[in-house]
Design a protein around this ligand. Structure first.
Ligand code: SAH
Ligand code: DHB
Ligand code: MG
Length: 221
């Protein structure tokens, strides 16, 4: 046998531990047909988010960066009856695909999808003064990660879970000379978190279908 790759191991995990899911398969097919970038979380990562939301007993979830709604559907399925998920997306073209996918997955009622730059929709959410969020997943434009985590801390309750995707990016996060705005933004996020104590956080590297990347995971103090 040739040396198994990290992607082979992801496929093994998915085959053994994830139920066949024609709805999520159709969501990915719909995203591909609409020519959305294939940058959704991997299936085993989607299930990780789902399990973490259940472990958090999340009733109100905030997601920043919807794309076609693949991660959104994994998270919405973690909600109890009457739970709500607000998801923020810049591109109306992505949002249209996501709306169709939410209907297909039977989660439309639980989801409040807001279109526009998240730095505009987040202050509006704050102004509305709704109940605080129990769980936040940050997965939009990486240069704004420091600002998104600030907003997450403002909108979440103490004890809430905050997750940030793509915080390793092939290991480039450790490059102090990086000029890629995404890496610079994520490095700034790490600086911000080491300098303040509102988020009790760690980060885990992941290797698999999405290459070498990782999640930052924290609990609001
Ligand atoms: N969470 C999704 C993937 C999101 S990809 C999943 O795993 O299935 C990142 C998304 O963030 C893209 O759809 C992109 O259009 C959106 N985005 C980029 N800049 C944004 C901004 N300023 N505000 C809100 N969304 C943004
Ligand atoms: C990109 C964005 C993501 O959220 C991701 O999971 C992978 C890649 C990107 O912008 O390249
Ligand atoms: Mg991502």
């Amino acid at each position: 046998m040739t040396e198994p790759s990290p992607a082979d191991v992801d496929r093994f995990i998915i085959e053994k531990l994830l139920a066949a899911d024609p709805v999520l398969d159709a969501v990915l097919a719909e995203n591909a047909a609409a020519e959305l970038p294939a940058i959704d979380v991997a299936p085993n990562q989607g299930k990780l988010l789902h399990l973490l939301a259940r472990l958090s007993r999340a009733q109100r979830i905030l997601e920043i960066g919807t794309l076609g709604g693949y991660s959104t559907i994994w998270l919405a399925r973690a909600l109890p009856a009457g739970g709500r998920l607000v998801t923020l997306e810049l591109e109306s073209r992505h949002a249209e695909v996501a709306r169709r996918n939410f209907a297909r997955a039977g989660v439309r009622e639980a989801i409040d999808l807001r279109v526009g730059p998240a730095l505009d929709t987040l202050p509006k959410l704050a102004d509305e003064g709704g109940a605080p969020f129990d769980f936040v997943f940050v997965d939009a434009d990486k240069p704004n990660n420091p600002a998104y985590v600030e907003w997450a801390l403002q909108l979440a309750r103490p004890g809430a879970t905050i997750i940030v995707d793509n915080i390793v990016r092939g290991g480039r996060v450790v490059d102090a000379n990086a000029d890629d705005a995404a890496v610079v933004g994520t490095r700034r996020l790490f600086e911000q978190l080491s300098a303040q104590s509102r988020l009790d956080a760690t980060a885990v590297q992941t290797l698999g279908l999405k290459g070498h990347d990782g999640f930052l995971i924290g609990i609001v103090r």
